[in-house]
Design a protein around this ligand. Sequence first.
Ligand code: GLY
Length: 576
Amino acid sequence: MKYSSIVALALAGMVCCETGCNNQAGSPLNPFAYQIQKSVTSSNGAVVSAHPLASKIGIMILQQGGNAVDAAIATQLALAVVYPGAGNLGGGGFMVARLKNEQILAIDYREKAPAAATRDMYLDSTGNPVMQLSQHGHLSAGVPGTVAGLFASMKYAVLPFRQLVQPAIDLAEKGFAVTAEEAASLNHTQEAFRQYNTSKIAFIKHDGWKGGDTLVQPDLSETLKRIRDKGQSGFYEGETARLIVSEMKKANGIISLDDLKNYEAKERQPVTFQYRGYTVVSMPLPSSGGIILQQCLKMIEQRDIGKMGFHSPQAVQLMTEAERRAYADRAAFMGDEDFVKVPVKTLTGNTYLQERMADYIPGKAGSSERVHAGKLPPESEETTHLSIADKWGNVVAVTTTLNGSYGSKTIVSGAGFLLNNEMDDFSVKPGVPNMYGALGTEANAIEPNKRMLSSMTPTIVLKDNAPYLVAGTPGGTTIPTSVFQTIVNIIDFGLSASDAVNRPKFHHQWMPDELFVENDFPAAVTDSLQAMGYTISARGNIGRTELIKIEKSETGRGYTFEAIADKCGDDSAEGY
Ligand code: GLY
């Protein structure tokens, strides 16, 4: 085992490890002294997620004989406690997996519109959208899907649920030390917590949070125990359901007992396609992510992008034009296929995609029709991704979300978990950009019980029919384009796993017609792109990619796992 980089945690009173310290994965979990590791190489399994404690719990489950699915369930439950901004019980997500028997899976536990939702529920009397309502508070919440998703995943797990949930219960009940980053994030949200909650909640601290403070969540621990003891109905029925509905009644929320009881996770057919001899497996609708990824990769496949060079203006332009076209299709056609007909076969067909690029002119910026120039959100794009691989050849990619940071900011009183604000991922009004500046049309209009369109792109790449990459990221509309770049960075540009994740990224989403680049994107490249006619907007980090790269071990038996956590945040990789 080798840790190539260890980042010291800014916890008060903690002694942090320098590069090269011993393997911590085998040591007992200490929620009050732990380390962030950005990179780890191992031979038995790897977990990378947005929080070191969650990654470590995933590894402990693998060490106890669990497979990658068991570890994914336990890691998600742990994230719901230690990473409340996006880890969740009150949100939704997607799992893409490839099992050792070569079965591929896509489990959809996206939130749904409540039965009482109506198409114009976020419009005022003059027909203008009231984004405050779709983005904050009780009415912004869709029916949560996460707990149903965990139980749908249990079909592929080998350990009892009781064992997978216990670490999360302990963390909620006994507490854990928050990182400096989490403390800052909680402090930033104090006012919103006060505004959207009527009862006492664990996240409000009158003198402010600092790194090393203990966060205890007794209500959440009781909710987790009900789920442990009663299974899925411990959340969707009985006491937890009653608490959700009584919270709804406090402020015009519309989720009902029937909405909760009727919620079902669904197994879908994954998006699968070939890219330069590799097999890519990703999430289908109601996420646009897999389709956008397929469109982007197939639009560039005919051209030798590797020869153009990583971060060359030519390569960035080619990828940008592919992204522009994919996002124009997203806005026009994509929505929940259970409700609308989406021409997926056409959108992903080779002929169609080659025709899409017919008007691409190297060296000259394309142009999106300027209808409504949406802006990327000032708010963080808070979703979270975890990648897991085990020694048996099972690989799992999960992206899960509350939508915005801390979702609706509303905690279910007495149940201790945050509700999502996922209703904003619908097209609140056709042609009006949502929180992520994404446009939508009829296909993504609100309808009772419909799932809102997502961009989440949990993805697995196979090489010679064996697991090769497990990838994904948060970041709203920047998710598919970040996964696109990560894959191209490795397959076409030959970057190391760490560089593929951490070198500056860019993003185009058709509208607004701007090329977003991370602040540290090379200036010489943006100058060239500007000269081609692109409008460049520098911004903060794009996504937080969690990647595992897998090679067959030198002996030909087993694997070598290289797990990379994004340079941003508390994201942390574990292996054993
Ligand atoms: N809430 C972000 C997404 O699902 O794309």
